[in-house]
Structures are given as structure tokens and as C-alpha cells.
Design a protein around this ligand. Structure first.
Ligand code: SF4
Length: 235
């Protein structure tokens, strides 16, 4: 942490290196397990009712047999100027001081204006109550609320892990160290394509990577100030 006066401040951000992503979906599975994301049947997937907080988009270039596939993990971009926030009539969607686009589930009345206004289709609506076939219900994470039918949900940057690390650091009278908060998707990535950290710390890995010449934001022209920076794939 750089030497600053007063308590440490945080702005949580992620960097995704597209040159490292192999499209293995480990992040998708880890996110489901960590965040109690409900399982969806084949029919629900076919009906567009499946829920996933992170998805891997695939782009095929060239023509067979000379094709190349590019993978782009897409999650909530935790926009600094989030279009999903002002449209919520009950203030369920809001911004935290450390840069998270957060949601109060028990305020949500399911109007889905936030989902309509999200340019990244990151918000997911629960059309059904969640069900886990035995013994999967035994692996639910007690740190994360289970969302019911009629509630909108999305990536939280694993806020439960952020809060735990901040509370521990506060008890020990120190700032959160770089690498101390690791969201489930980042933890599970076998190629370290995802990096998470505090952009207010100029020495953090995420700050250094976000300064790369390969950096770009999805739908940058919209001006929503995403907190996820992508690094272009190398030619
Ligand atoms: S990506 Fe979508 S859901 Fe996330 S903050 Fe931006 S507008 Fe809101």
C-alpha cells in the first residue's frame, strides 16, 4: 500500500488476460459453487431461464479447417457509472464506497429494469425457486444468501470474501494486502487469466496490469466506466 494519510481506501477491480483464457469454464463452475447459484435443467437453458454470473463467450475466426476460437469471460463489469442503478425503483441496486455494484436482495421486487438497462446482460433473473438435488444442498455456502423466485442477481466480485479480508485486516490494524482477496473465479483459473485487486494501490498487480498497452474495456464507448479491464490477445 502506498503511504497515504488516513485509513486505506479500496477500489476493487479485475483484469482479464484474453491471451491466457482457454475457455475451460473452471471459473463458471467455481462461481456457481461459491455463490450458491442455482442449477438449471436442460429445458431451462433452452428456454433462456438458466442463471450464470460469469459466462464464456466464444468467437470463431476463419473458415474450417483454418479456424481459431477466441474466448471472452463476461461478468458484471461493476460499472462506475452503472446504468442498472438509477432505474431501480426501490434502490435495491446501489454503489458501495469501494466501487462495487451491489444489490439488496430483500428489497428487489423483480421489475427487471436493471436487467434491461445492463449493456453486458450481466444481470440474471430467478424465474424459479432454487433446487439442489441431494447431496448438493450440503455444499451450499453459508456466507452467501440463497436467492428465490422473483429476485434479480449477478456477480458480486465475491463480496463475502472482500468483507472477510477487510474485517481481518482491520482487526490486525493493517490494510488489505495485494492478493489477499481472491474471488472464486480468480482462484480457480488454471492459467491465472483473471487477476483481482485494489486499483487505489498503485503497486497492486491489478493496477500494473490495467496499465498494459493491451488494455481495453468492453463497450468502452458507452462511458459506463467498467471495473473490469481486458487485455487483448496477442497476435
Ligand atoms: S455490468 Fe450491468 S449489472 Fe454490472 S454494474 Fe454495469 S450495468 Fe450494472
Amino acid at each position: 500500500m502506498s503511504a497515504t494519510e488516513g485509513p486505506p481506501t479500496y477500489k476493487w477491480e479485475m483484469v482479464i488476460d484474453l491471451d491466457r483464457c482457454t475457455g475451460c469454464q473452471a471459473c463458471v463452475v467455481a462461481c456457481h459453487a461459491e455463490n450458491n447459484v442455482r442449477n438449471s435443467s436442460e429445458q431451462e437453458c433452452a428456454d433462456g431461464r438458466a442463471i450464470s454470473w460469469i459466462r464464456i463467450e466464444r468467437y470463431v475466426e476463419g473458415t474450417y479447417p483454418n479456424t481459431r476460437v477466441r474466448f471472452v469471460p463476461v461478468l458484471c463489469q461493476h460499472c462506475g457509472n452503472a446504468p442498472c442503478e438509477p432505474v431501480c425503483p426501490v434502490y435495491a441496486s446501489y454503489h458501495t464506497p469501494d466501487g462495487l455494484n451491489a444489490q439488496v436482495y430483500n428489497r428487489c421486487i423483480g421489475v427487471r429494469y436493471c436487467g434491461n438497462n445492463c449493456p453486458y446482460t450481466a444481470r440474471q433473473f430467478n424465474w424459479f425457486d432454487p433446487q439442489w438435488d441431494a447431496p448438493l444442498e450440503e455444499q451450499l455456502n453459508p456466507d452467501v444468501t440463497v436467492r428465490m423466485n422473483g429476485i434479480m442477481e449477478k456477480c458480486t466480485f465475491c463480496v463475502q470474501r472482500i468483507r472477510r479480508a477487510k474485517e481481518q485486516a482491520t482487526r490486525q490494524g493493517r490494510p488489505v494486502q495485494d492478493g489477499e482477496v481472491i474471488p472464486a473465479c480468480v482462484q480457480s483459473c488454471p492459467t491465472s487469466a483473471l487477476v483481482f485487486g485494489n486499483r487505489h494501490d498503485p503497486e497492486s498487480r491489478v493496477s500494473k496490469l490495467a496499465a498494459s498497452e493491451r488494455r481495453f474495456h468492453l463497450l468502452e464507448s458507452l462511458g459506463v466506466e467498467p471495473s473490469v479491464t481486458y487485455l487483448k490477445r496477442l497476435p
